[in-house]
Design a protein around this ligand. Sequence first.
Ligand code: IDP
Ligand code: MG
Length: 170
Amino acid sequence: MAIEQLLILIKPDGIKKSLTGNILTKLSEARMLIIGAKTVKVSKELAEQHYYQLKDKPFFGELADYIQGKVYGEPWDRVLAFVYQGEDAIARMRKIAGATNPEEADPVSIRGAYGRITTKGVYENVVHCSSDPSEAEREIKLWFKPEEIVKSIYPTKKIVLEKETKEVWV
Ligand code: IDP
Ligand code: MG
């Protein structure tokens, strides 16, 4: 069994339903390490890049709105993003997350317990969970910078930036 890492998102419905603690408790049963964590206001660009494989689906626009938390608005329009690492992490975390369709998901899984299908037909399933190692790598690199992860998991390189403007504490 290989050591894997993956991206987990607590989606805006999970934030609004105050499920962060419950979700992290369920995930902790797998005894994985959290090697990156942050809260993110999702831009349209990030939403569309994250779900680019579904761009031809009829629900793509609503899915992009959902991950941005547009239907909920301030202060629920954000996600919590985590990089988890551990043995056989992807399959084990996906089992705890449950099937994509919350009605079909194991009722004891996160999606089975807390997800719903909206009247518009969006699967509000509370968490995102990478589904294979190459998707995990793409997603981790999309959501996190190398310095935001406390372990070196993919090769990096140093670049020199000129005239960079950066916000710092006063
Ligand atoms: P996954 O999240 O279990 O990996 P994907 O097929 O990658 O499932 O779909 C991404 C997300 O798009 C799902 O988590 C769910 O929120 C939404 N979704 C997927 N399929 C449908 C569908 O048939 N109707 C509505 N929403 C869907
Ligand atoms: Mg997927």
